[in-house]
Design a binder for this molecule. Structure first.
Ligand code: FAD
Length: 433
């Protein structure tokens, strides 16, 4: 019998345990430091859990921000269709919404967790809650702490010093985001002391802080159907269309969260956002519209002529930024003044000064370097019998169900690989010991 330990009862860990337990000769233990499984899963998709995305494979890869090529085997061996079919068979019917986002029909993430728990029980996985791993145990050519290759996993140590022996260990401890759910970077520490490189971690899919005071003045204002560009130096690094929100520190909302995944990758600090408040109109079309509005309101003051163009709270900000006196009659505004105002509406600039912290980040960018992990099996290249899956790895994607797909796919591949640990490998390891 082969003993497999999975550390972390999140999406990746539960899937890894299930895949490892498919081989009935394995004894699989799932260790979770929290008092229950799937604490992060419970809050995903605002409590509805966007379990995956129903798009084709090209779209799945296109939505991965970091190391998409590493995911080739993982995505193909357990794709979004496999996830959907597994959940439906496990008693959690699904529905597809806008943008191919897949949710449980019930709109309750607890039903996804419930389905996984039932399957874990059926598969005979031993679930140990309130069980925190503090150390990985290795032996062989490279002792723990050395960067030498070909050491072998032998087990884990728990809080209090208890040792659990294992033939394979799968680390599914998550990243650093929303640490209150249990993902506090333990897996990064385990990986580092066993000789793996950790790519610097940054918060991603996270609100952005801005320099401009007027952003804070607009706190609570949500804008729909706008487009946003991010310029780093002179290069456009992101552009998107949708919804955003002003907050007491800067900006948030779906468009901004997406932009933040590209912010984290920029090296310089000259990073600006440009908001197009009227993306459906070209500058010429907008200029004609403004001219028509001004002609219809000839004797109105500038401050009273913009009601049809912007939400009321935005008007004083736009007036202030335009440099046009609010009391000026619209028929006194010069062509150049109007043109400059059009340009402001199409390119409202603000400066990004940083991101909010990991506590508010949906995902962690960075983690265990994929260069130290075999993409066909998720096994470490440094420690034999040690596997990584999920957000602990240097992998991240856009919103839309893609991050959970990474967790399911890498979890399944790690579990299946660890679970089919063949006799030959076992013999080789024994020989090396
Ligand atoms: C608010 C929010 C909403 C999100 N919504 C979505 C969404 O709708 N769709 C989507 O695709 N993605 C979403 N994500 C991202 C997604 O939740 C993560 O990518 C995914 O949960 C990562 O799974 P994981 O198993 O790798 O890590 P986690 O879910 O973080 O699980 C790691 C587990 O390991 C345990 N653990 C850690 N250290 C130890 C230790 N030493 N010993 C024992 N156990 C340990 C932790 O307690 C935790 O339970 C969301 C994220 C957040 C924060």
């Amino acid at each position: 019998m082969k003993k497999i330990i999975v550390i972390g009862g999140g999406a990746a860990g539960m899937m890894a345990a299930l895949a490892a337990a498919e081989n009935k000769n394995n004894r699989v233990m799932l260790l979770e430091k929290n008092e229950k499984l799937g604490k992060k899963l419970f809050i995903t998709g605002k409590g509805r859990c966007n379990v995956t995305n129903g798009a084709d494979m090209d779209t799945l890869f296109a939505n991965v921000c970091t190391n998409e090529k590493f995911l080739y085997s993982a995505f193909y061996q357990y794709d979004n269709q496999a996830v959907m079919s597994f959940l439906e068979k496990a008693g959690c019917p699904l529905k597809v919404e806008r943008g191919e986002r897949v949710f449980p029909v019930s709109d309750h993430s607890s039903d996804v967790i419930g389905a996984l728990q039932r399957e874990l029980k059926k598969a005979g996985v031993e679930i140990c809650l309130n069980t925190k791993v503090t150390e990985l145990l290795t032996s062989g050519a490279g002792e723990a702490g050395s960067a030498e290759e070909s050491s072998v996993i032998t087990g884990v140590k728990l809080t209090g010093g208890k040792v659990l022996e294992a033939d394979a260990v799968i680390v599914c401890t998550g990243g650093l985001s929303y640490p209150s759910t249990g993902s506090t970077g333990d897996g990064h520490r385990f990986a580092e002391v066993t000789g793996h490189k950790i790519v610097e971690c940054k918060p991603a899919l996270v609100p952005l802080e801005t320099a401009e005071e007027w952003c804070r003045d607009l706190m609570g204002l949500s804008l729909k159907n706008v487009s946003l560009r991010m310029i780093s130096g002179k290069k456009e690094v992101y552009s998107g269309f949708g919804e955003m929100l002003f907050t007491h520190f800067g900006v948030s909302g779906p468009l901004v969260l997406s932009a933040s995944s590209f912010y984290a990758k920029q090296k310089g600090d000259d990073i600006k956002l440009y908001l197009d408040l009227k993306p459906a109109l070209s500058e010429e079309q907008l200029d004609k519209r403004l001219l028509r509005d001004f002609e219809e309101n000839k004797n109105k003051q500038f401050k009273n002529s913009l009601g049809g163009l912007f939400p009321a709270r935005l008007i004083p900000v736009m007036i202030q930024l335009s440099g046009i006196h609010p009391d000026k009659k619209v028929n006194e505004i010069t062509r150049e003044g109007r043109r400059a105002f059009v340009s402001l509406i199409k390119n409202l600039p603000f400066t990004v000064t940083g991101t909010r912290s990991f506590a508010e980040a949906i995902i962690t960018q960075g983690g265990v370097s994929v260069k130290d992990v075999n993409p066909s099996t998720m096994e470490s290249k440094k420690v034999r019998g040690l596997y990584f899956a999920g957000e602990v790895l240097d992998l991240d994607a856009m919103t839309g169900g893609f991050n959970l797909q990474i967790a399911w796919s890498t979890g399944h591949l790690a579990g299946a690989s660890a679970g089919t640990f063949d006799k030959e490998t076992k013999k080789r390891i024994e020989h090396e010991l």
